[in-house]
Design a protein around this ligand. Structure first.
Ligand SMILES: Nc1nc2c(ncn2[C@@H]2O[C@H](COP(=O)(O)OP(=O)(O)OP(=O)(O)O)[C@@H](O)[C@H]2O)c(=O)[nH]1
Length: 691
């Protein structure tokens, strides 16, 4: 790398802007033009084959000399011990390789829902993405989630229907599910030749060629393949199928792209099949970048078929960093030869950065970026505030749904554990660590059972601390059902100094779009003018602190609007005393406002064979689950249900037993829902130890 960084300034970040991972002008060798760079991600439902596909790309690009295998635990991108042992991706990993005069920077993202923040942080820095599908399953639960995330970031995509070698693989079924579930127009650029065991290659509809990977043409690694134009010897059926599909593709492209439609009308109306591949490719590229449709390719990464054509498609259709929609979102805050990048929590310079922090190489760049961020977010940039508090780009962090206590083997190890947790949190912003104010115990909050399990394991392996985890508990929340108000006076003399505050405030339920997990604070105009910034900050601090512990079971609050009606402060009163007074006053108001407990309700998707469907449904009914829909997916049934998270502890073991290993499931937070008074009472008894 050619960085020359004298000093670095860190900026804490929020969700205002997107900043490119690394300023490409600095990062790439001079001979690679930006137009030939592809910053892409590979994303999908768990186990669709992202890592296997990435591994093949690295091999065909000459980056590796042997084909890594997820099942053997020797892939490049799954480098953590836990990833290799469990055969799953946990952390996004970036690799770089060159393909046909293009430099491809690729991020392999995890498919498991517990690590969804990894997908989010990758999407912020990507220009395009490949969505991988298991062709025997089509669109699965987590595919929908990552697709939605990519939609939000306006990332152009290509679909790759992987696992075409699998029994039950169906090109048509998968394309259909893309249409129906993702609500996009698939642009079929290929047709598979065979399916399952008979899958040997594809027909490239852009070039009208047959591309075959077969034992005769390769030594098993798929590096050599046969590509030739379709000829009469290919048989009338295949020829007709290919001709019809190409015609449909050309028609669809003409519908979606005016430039191509004009060309087709002007020059090709006599012989539409004579469309040159390069004209078609150019139009497909425009369509992909404009999100009008999504190119679809297919193959089998494991059996080494189809990946080279996917690499061609990435170079041809996905955008370079300086084109397309995303330009406007970048903050170009640094001058040439200055560094601007996002930290992944492992930044190599002696800076304590966390994932999502923006790092720039000069104070001037930091100031320009922060002013731009403040302007775009509609806030006034306060020049007097510390550089540290400037707001720039960031990652949207989902709220954790599980928590448990974590204890070191001895008190002497507590400091080591604290340090380990600080480092892990910097890397993984979805991990939250708190101290229980009553017991003083350290609490780990995570996205799911697997997430907490992995953190526990990493503390043991990477920091050599054997910790004990308490039982996993659900992260409930509290809210209010009616409006209420309260007043409080705090009068305390410390030393010779009198602290006297009288506060009056009211609370009401937030009825807008939610959930809102911070207090929505309102000050009357008079108060806003009367009170100094310092006092207003102290009030906000007090309210924020109070918001972390609801009056019922000490769970954080959501969807509450707080209005400060009046505040009288005796001269000389300290700021912490003001915070303490409004905090206590808020607790009083909350107790009067019909507090109730909210529990996380999950979207559950179970794929199970017909024989075990009834036993799985019976079990769901006992878990307070409500079945929304039962779909057919090839020979399997897919149950879509909503279930309270509290009922899902250890579900993977139960399901394995119930369905004799013939079922899989995914769980994703849907919403927080008010518990009935009966359920709330039972929870209260359980948590307070009253039977
Ligand atoms: N039959 C078949 N199996 C495949 C194919 N590609 C991957 N697999 C297998 O599917 C499993 C999951 O593959 P991965 O590459 O780890 O999938 P992934 O999407 O990276 O998984 P996560 O990142 O953990 O979500 C492994 O057992 C692979 O060997 C394929 O083309 N055909």
């Amino acid at each position: 790398m050619r960085y020359c960084v004298k000093s670095l300034f860190k900026i804490h970040v929020n969700n205002v802007h997107r900043i490119s991972l690394i300023n490409p002008l600095i990062h790439f060798p001079f001979w690679i033009k930006i137009i030939r760079i592809r910053n892409i991600g590979i994303m999908a439902h768990i186990d669709a084959g992202k890592t296997t596909t990435t591994e093949r790309m690295l091999y065909y690009a000459g980056y590796t000399r042997a084909l890594g295998d997820v099942d053997d635990g020797d892939t490049v991108t799954d480098f953590m011990a836990q990833e290799r042992e469990r055969g799953i991706t946990i952390q996004s990993a970036a690799v770089t390789f060159d393909w046909k005069n293009h430099r491809i920077n690729l991020i392999d993202t995890p498919g498991h829902v517990d690590f969804t923040v990894e997908v989010e942080r990758s999407l912020r820095v990507l220009d395009g993405a490949v969505a991988v599908f298991d062709a025997s399953a089509g669109v699965e639960a987590q595919t929908l989630t990552v697709w939605r995330q990519a939609d939000e970031h306006r990332v152009p995509r290509i679909c790759f229907l992987n696992k075409m070698d699998k029994p039950g693989a169906s090109f048509c079924y998968s394309v259909d599910s893309i249409k129906k579930k993702l609500k996009v127009k698939p642009l079929l650029l290929q047709l598979p030749i065979g399916a399952g065991r008979t899958f040997t290659g594809v027909i490239d509809l852009v070039t009208s060629e047959k591309v075959i990977w077969g034992p005769k043409t390769s030594d098993g690694d798929g590096a050599v393949f046969n590509r030739h134009p379709l000829v009469t010897a290919d048989g009338p059926n295949l020829l007709k199928e290919a001709r019809d599909a190409r015609y449909a593709l050309i028609e669809q492209v003409a519908d979606l792209d005016d430039e191509f439609a004009e060309l087709a009308l002007r020059e090709l109306c006599e012989n539409i099949e004579a469309v040159p591949a390069e004209k078609l490719n150019a139009a497909i590229r425009r369509i992909t970048l404009s999100h009008a449709a999504v190119p679809v390719l297919c193959g089998s990464a494991l059996k080494n078929k189809g990946v080279q054509l996917l690499m061609d498609a990435i170079s041809m259709y996905l955008p370079s960093p300086n084109e397309g929609h995303r330009q406007a979102e970048f903050v170009v805050c640094c001058k040439p030869n200055e560094l601007c990048c996002l930290s992944d929590g492992n930044f190599c310079f002696p800076l304590k950065t966390a994932t999502g922090d923006t790092i720039v190489s000069s104070k001037a760049s930091a100031a320009v970026a922060s002013q731009r961020a403040a302007k775009d977010s509609g806030k006034k940039c306060d020049q007097n505030r510390e550089q540290e508090n400037l707001v720039l780009a960031g990652v949207e962090i989902p709220e954790p749904v599980f928590f448990c206590t974590i204890e070191p083997p001895s008190l002497a190890k507590q400091a080591d554990l604290d340090r380990a947790l600080i480092c892990l949190q910097r890397e993984d912003p979805s991990l939250k660590v708190k101290i229980d104010p009553d017991s003083g115990q350290t609490i780990l909050c995570g996205m799911g059972e697997l997430h907490i399990d992995i953190i526990h394991d990493r503390i043991k392996r990477e920091y050599k601390i054997e910790t004990h985890l308490g039982p996993l508990q659900v992260a409930y929340r509290e809210t209010i059902s009616i409006s209420a108000s309260s007043a409080d006076t705090l009068d305390r003399t410390v030393g010779s100094k009198r602290n006297l505050i009288t506060a009056e405030l009211s609370v009401r339920p937030w009825l807008g779009e939610g959930p809102v997990t911070k207090p929505l604070i309102e000050f009357s105009d008079v108060l806003q003018e009367q009170l100094s910034t310092e006092i207003l900050d102290a009030v906000e601090n007090g309210l924020n602190t109070s918001f972390l512990q609801g009056p019922l079971l000490n769970f954080p609050l959501q969807d509450v609007v707080v209005t400060l009606e009046s505040l009288h402060v005796h001269p000389g009163t300290s700021m912490p005393m003001i915070s303490a007074c409004v905090s206590r006053c808020l607790q009083k108001a909350l107790r009067r406002a019909g507090s109730q407990v909210l529990e996380p309700v999950m979207n559950l998707e179970i794929t199970v064979d017909e024989d075990h469907l009834s036993v799985v449904l019976a079990d769901l009914a006992q878990r307070r689950g409500s079945v929304q829909e039962i779909q057919s997916r090839q020979d399997n049934r897919v149950v879509l249900a909503c279930v309270p998270l509290a009922e899902m502890m250890g579900y993977s073991t139960t399901l394995r037993t119930l369905a004799s290993g013939m079922a899989t499931f995914t769980l994703e937070l849907s919403r927080y829902e008010a518990m009935t008074s009966q359920e709330q009472k039972m929870l209260f008894n359980k948590m307070t130890g009253v039977m």
